[in-house]
Design a protein around this ligand. Structure first.
Ligand code: NZQ
Ligand code: ZN
Length: 388
């Protein structure tokens, strides 16, 4: 295995009733809490009432920062930072999915920084040598795993760039994860979040090293779990076991455990983020369109891993197939699963215009961890192949 250092500073409280049981105690040290959330789902599913009742009982001063949109913008970050500074907020409580948690991580940094965080921490890697505003997360949808890492993906609409960085100093101090909170997630979002989990695992799995390593073994088990439990949750959205497994799969995929010793690809994420920057498309849906097409471009560069994927994840029998045939059968199985989930399979369905493809392709970052570094011309080929 490659050398690594592992740390994860987020304390996780997992299971039904965890918010009722632990929230009051976790915010003890704060005087003014900023309750941050998205477009209102927490008001219709009862989560807002549960959380605010607990906050009221603690007697804290509570302010609200709402309307955090999917694919959170830099402008929204600045709005939150301004509230934190003006009101002396000493804890942010993010209630939502990846968008709310990511936005709040960036707010926690911007609130305590005089310069331009976009330039100094997102366009270029920065050094956080000060204390961001402490952050806690209450997770309401499984997908990004943002609750247990320092990653924050932000969209700068003016510059047409959507990009993320992972700063350990931005890991939430705590994450409260009640799987029953995810019952109300619409099916479209549940499957797109589920596919995002699978993508995080695949984009780590399909990278060096290829020799025996524990990270790859964990990932095969996790991919099996995501596939199995997404099917169960589709059949019965209130299947607590399936929802719990998906919620923890999501954390396990992005809490850095499986990345240890791995190079990590994330080329599809680079491409999807730029599709998002130009069209505001749904993250998991964008990945579903790109992933099989991208893998058909690179499978020969990581052939032995693609064969393992077919054998160990999709349980495809050899039956005289060559390695190349096995690898392609695994990618076909992934594509069949995407269709089974009802996810989109073309960029046109995401609202991308054909005329935009070249400009978007040229704006994509190129990963250093892929089996093969692709070019902007090849990204354009991939976009064209999955356009319609
Ligand atoms: O805004 P509200 O009204 O709350 O509705 C949300 C939103 O419309 C809804 N939702 C969430 N919980 C719900 C619910 N609806 C009903 N019941 C509930 N319990 O779901 C919709 C999507 O929410 P969002 O937070 O946008 O989804 P997700 O968690 O997939 O986050 C996506 C964002 O995270 C970034 C993505 O690029 C995208 O910007 N990512 C963050 C990562 C990280 N920090 O590590 C890694 C990922 O690869 C990803 O890039
Ligand atoms: Zn993702």
């Amino acid at each position: 295995m490659n050398n690594f250092i592992f740390q994860n500073s987020t304390k996780v409280f997992f299971g039904q009733g965890c918010v009722r049981e632990y929230l009051a105690c976790l915010i003890k040290g704060a005087d003014t809490v900023l309750l941050a959330y998205g477009g209102g789902s927490i008001k219709s599913n009862g989560v807002y009432d549960e959380v605010t009742a607990i906050l009221q009982r603690t007697g804290k001063r509570v302010l609200e920062f709402s309307g955090i949109m999917p694919n959170p913008t830099y402008e929204k970050v600045l709005e939150g930072a301004e509230i934190c500074r003006r009101e002396n907020v000493d804890m942010i409580l993010a209630v939502g999915g990846g968008s709310v948690i990511d936005c709040c991580k960036a707010v926690s940094l911007a609130a305590r920084y005089q310069g331009d965080i976009w330039e100094d921490f997102w366009m270029h890697p920065g050094v956080i040598n000060f204390e961001p505003v402490p952050l806690g997360a209450i997770v309401t949808v499984a997908g990004t795993g943002s609750e247990c890492n320092g990653g924050a993906v932000i969209t700068n609409q003016k510059k047409k760039i959507k990009t993320g960085r992972d700063y350990p100093a931005l890991n939430p101090a705590f994450a409260l994860m009640d799987p029953a909170y995810t019952y109300s997630v619409p099916v479209k979002q549940m499957v797109s979040g589920g596919f995002d989990i699978l993508s995080h695992i695949m984009e780590t799995y399909f990278s060096l090293p290829d020799e025996d390593n524990v990270s790859d073994d964990i990932m095969e088990a996790l991919m099996g779990s995501v596939i199995r439990n997404l099917r169960l949750a589709l059949r019965n959205p209130r299947d607590y076991t399936a929802r719990s497994n998906l919620m923890w799969d999501s954390t396990m995929a992005e809490n850095r455990v499986i990345k240890m010793g791995k190079k990590c690809d994330f080329q599809c994420h680079n491409m999807e983020h730029q599709l998002g920057a130009y069209t505001d498309c749904n993250h998991g849906c964008g990945l579903a369109v790109l992933q099989p097409v991208y893998y058909r471009h690179i499978y020969m560069d990581g052939l032995s891993k693609f064969v393992k994927f077919a054998e160990n994840v999709w349980k495809i029998p050899r039956r005289g197939r060559t390695d190349e045939e096995m690898a392609l059968a695994g990618i076909d199985a992934l594509e069949d699963f995407i269709r089974e989930l009802g996810l989109p399979t073309t960029l046109k369905e995401l609202g991308v215009e054909r005329e935009q493809l070249r400009e978007i392709a040229c704006s994509c970052g190129i990963s250093n961890g892929s089996y093969r570094r692709i070019t902007h011309d090849e990204i354009l080929d991939i976009f064209q192949e999955c356009y319609e």
